[in-house]
Design a protein. Structure first.
Length: 107
């Protein structure tokens, strides 16, 4: 089994990762408030999952977010399908994950 980290993390490294992860919900909340985006529970949960997977910066700088901020919910939902690659290759698992995220986002 491949380890996520090649060595054990120091307390400082672990604290840094935890702090970064704890800021993701705040970043989404702030951006939604700033841009007057109303999120359903399904949208919020999907965006959190997406941001934990790809980073809050990737989410908030994406076309998906721009469409959501412009109140194009369906257009934003359709953007999930674009995020199905790793190392430039389409991944079947990511394709399934993004399709499931789109369904939850639209629920």
């Amino acid at each position: 089994m491949k380890r996520l980290y090649p060595r054990p993390l120091s307390i400082a490294e672990a604290t840094g990762l935890l702090t970064r992860d704890a800021l993701i919900p705040a970043a989404i909340d702030y951006a939604a408030f700033r841009e007057n985006v109303r999120l359903t529970e399904g949208m919020y949960g999907t965006l959190l999952s997406f941001a934990f997977n790809l980073g809050a910066g990737a989410l908030l700088g994406s076309t998906l977010w721009r469409k959501l901020a412009a109140n194009d919910v369906a257009g934003a939902a359709n953007e999930f399908a674009r995020w199905n690659k790793a190392d430039g290759r389409v991944m079947a698992g990511l394709t399934r994950r993004r399709a499931a995220e789109r369904v939850l986002f639209m629920a």
